[in-house]
Design a binder for this molecule. Structure first.
Ligand code: PRP
Ligand code: URA
Length: 212
């Protein structure tokens, strides 16, 4: 569904929505939180992969010759450390031949401004589909920084996969990088004074790894 100037794909699959409801629940413990993050990410990855190029191939079944469709896209999955790691394995389950890049970004606790501490991207990105995975799109600062890094490395087809998006973050991506597709199961109400998403689910990285 396109509801913004940037294409926002609202993933309303009931299994994704069920997992999201449990992710939001403050009583969900990290081991369960990790499984839920994996489950919702499987569905998001399927949606993000929906329009990937495929080609027709000939296949010999045990009985006869037929044709099938094989994905032919070069996909690069880019988790934004650290919380994006909670989504990465699910995306690789859906797209096992994907190459993987890593971007480390950390929001300052006072200002909520993200700064980069790590970057390792595969080469030759111009013909690849880059899937940035970062569960929270809050102010949009981290997403814009990650997209900018990928563009500077040559990527053209860049998609952002997240688990909760704030309107402010969507607007920021739209302002800085119109044309980037966003896949999310939820667009929440707003940010609070500390730039956390409401109703949100809290600090995703902390809940994923039990560091709260
Ligand atoms: C969280 C989240 C995003 C970012 C979103 O990461 O995983 O990367 O905040 O916020 P923004 O849209 O306002 O930039 P955080 O910086 O807390 O780091 P972590 O993943 O290491 O916990
Ligand atoms: N990062 C998070 O983990 N949660 C938020 O609500 C905002 C940024």
């Amino acid at each position: 569904m396109y509801i913004h100037a940037v294409p926002v794909h609202l993933v309303d699959h009931p299994v994704a929505q069920d997992a999201l409801a449990l992710l939001r629940d403050r009583t969900t413990i990290p081991s369960h939180f990790r499984r839920l993050a994996h489950r919702v990410s499987l569905i998001l990855a399927m949606e993000a992969a929906r329009e990937l190029p495929a080609s027709t191939v000939t296949i010999q079944t045990p009985l006869e010759t037929t044709t099938g469709r094989r994905l032919e896209a070069d996909v690069v999955v880019v988790p934004v450390l650290r919380a994006g790691l909670g989504m990465m394995e699910a995306v690789l389950e859906v797209l096992p031949h994907a190459r993987v890049g890593h971007i480390g970004l950390q929001r300052d606790e006072q200002t909520a401004v993200a700064s980069q501490y790590y970057k390792k991207l595969p080469p030759d990105l111009s013909r690849s589909t880059a899937l940035i995975v970062d569960p929270m799109l809050a102010t949009g600062g981290s997403a814009v920084a990650a997209i900018t890094m990928l563009q500077r490395a040559g990527a053209i087809d860049i998609r952002l996969v997240c688990i909760v998006a704030a309107p402010e973050g969507i607007a920021e991506v739209e302002r800085a990088h119109p044309g980037v597709h966003i896949f999310t199961p939820a667009i929440d109400r707003e940010l609070n004074a500390h730039k956390f998403i409401l109703p949100g689910l809290g600090d995703f990285g902390d809940r994923l790894y039990g560091t709260m």
